[in-house]
Design a protein around this ligand. Sequence first.
Ligand code: SF4
Ligand code: SF4
Length: 167
Amino acid sequence: MKADLAQRLAQAAEAYQAAVVIPHCARCSAPCCRLDKLVLDLEWRQVRVLWQVQAPRTEFDRKLDAGQGPQEIRRTHGRYYVHQKPCPAYDAARPGCRIYDQPLKPAGCSDFPVYEDGGVIVADLRCEAVTVDSLRARLSEVIGPGKQLRQSADRDFPFLLEFSVRS
Ligand code: SF4
Ligand code: SF4
């Protein structure tokens, strides 16, 4: 039963992205892909392709740690974090993502700004297309009778909202 609700919430989040968020991206005044507010979380394979790295990973890492790599990339625990410079896959002229439908696209890009996690919907209000009212309306349609949506904001990051369901 819980899994069924989580599935319906996940589908509602996906439908919200398709109907409300994605159509807005082409006219967004603050595209997330500029990475001025968001941090992109990548694995090595994605860094290698997007930055067209020819050197072996050990050499790339050594240069990165010595401050001789791309300044927008930091690495920790085997992951790479990109911030403060537009993503190399971002085409500002279109505007849009060059790898939108490709497996190379980071999972976090598909999840942003609304996704389901363990029966909870997480919404990031740094995306200007998201409004609390429109999202609540969409989620209310799928939670079923006798259930209520509970909304809370992250204490440290108040732009992150969580919607959970209670009887
Ligand atoms: S911030 Fe939102 S509306 Fe703007 S480009 Fe990103 S997903 Fe699209
Ligand atoms: S991979 Fe695509 S969607 Fe993700 S930040 Fe880069 S341009 Fe944007």
